[in-house]
Design a protein. Structure first.
Length: 318
């Protein structure tokens, strides 16, 4: 069984890239996986090829590789345009979604208004319908569309979805005093709620550390030495590595009960910090600031989140 993973340029260091690194590292030890794209994913063999991350440019690009030599085409990001060719050649086509493929699939038809810059908003508004139609047509041809949470799968139920939870990140155990502060893990994109995190921290008289761009080791230390992680996402998070990492470090995540977040905290002490509105969010943040951290949270999280490699390989190879 030979698998070709097509991974284009990935400009951010978000959860999708982390999950792809972890899955490919594990899968390469079990099946033959070759990665084509601009960056390697050790220990998999790598075929260097420039693949832009912007979808219109990407969809006009064909990697210089003979698909007929493979049994499975694996797409962990946006290279959906290769699915029809793969199907004509008799390959199994597997798409691994770490987000939502289009704006409308979020359940919010005007999600493009959440884009950070005017140029991106104009492009998204103009291209939304065409992108929707192309993406939908290609994804319907895929043999499997891997989704990363049950809530994520529910949004994408019109495709051949397979639920495979993300593997846990390699979070170290850190024991250090906690400062009277919060940490905010995401960047400035409005749908991630940075304005809410800043307002709540200011109202409670606490420092807010924004960790965007920090190396992973420094990020983990910042989370482990803070009273809580503020995760006020205003959309349905498909997964939420920031929440998982905080839990594994024993730091309570204060988050809205949307998307995958309720699944991630279910059965742990982090459930006590789940909010359904802004007032509850502020109350949970105050609780985290004034009380000791939940003593069992780190142990609960490390036991809950496991690598389910068999499930991933079954979805990959059929």
């Amino acid at each position: 069984m030979r698998v070709l993973a097509v991974v284009e340029d990935w400009p951010d260091r978000g959860g999708g890239l982390l999950a792809t690194e972890l899955w490919l590292k594990a899968a390469c030890k079990e099946v033959e996986v070759v990665v084509v794209g601009p960056r390697p994913f050790p220990p998999c063999p790598h075929l260097p090829h420039p693949l832009p991350h912007q979808r219109p440019k990407l969809w006009l690009t064909r990697p210089r590789v003979d698909l007929a030599k493979f049994d499975v085409l694996y797409i962990p990001r946006y290279a959906y345009h290769l699915i029809p060719t793969a199907k004509r050649l008799g390959l199994r086509a597997v798409v691994h979604l770490h987000g939502y493929p289009t704006y409308l699939s979020t359940g919010q038809p005007h999600e493009w208004r959440y884009e950070a810059t005017t140029a991106k908003r104009l492009y998204a508004a103009a291209a939304a319908k065409a992108v929707e139609a192309l993406t939908d047509r290609w994804l319907r041809q895929a043999d499997a569309v891997i989704c990363v949470s049950r809530a994520h799968c529910a949004r994408l139920e019109k495709y051949r979805t397979v639920y495979v939870p993300n593997p846990p990140p390699p979070v170290p155990q850190i024991s250090a005093p906690r400062a009277r502060r919060f940490v905010y893990p995401w960047g400035p994109r409005p749908f991630k709620g940075p304005h809410i995190a800043k307002a709540v921290a200011k109202a409670l008289g606490a420092e807010l550390v924004e960790t965007g761009g920090l190396p992973r080791g420094e990020y983990y230390y910042a989370v482990a030495t803070s009273k809580a992680l503020l995760a006020p996402a205003l959309w349905d998070e498909p997964y939420g590595y920031a929440v998982v990492e905080a839990m594994m470090l024993g730091t309570p995540p204060v988050a809205f009960a949307r998307g995958a977040i309720p699944e991630l905290v279910e059965g742990t002490e982090a459930e006590a910090y789940l909010a359904h509105n802004l007032a509850e969010f502020a109350k949970a943040a105050k609780k985290a600031l004034e009380e000791p951290p939940p003593p069992k949270l780190a142990k609960q999280a490390r036991e809950k989140f496991r690598v389910e490699l068999d499930r991933f390989l079954k979805a990959l190879t059929g």
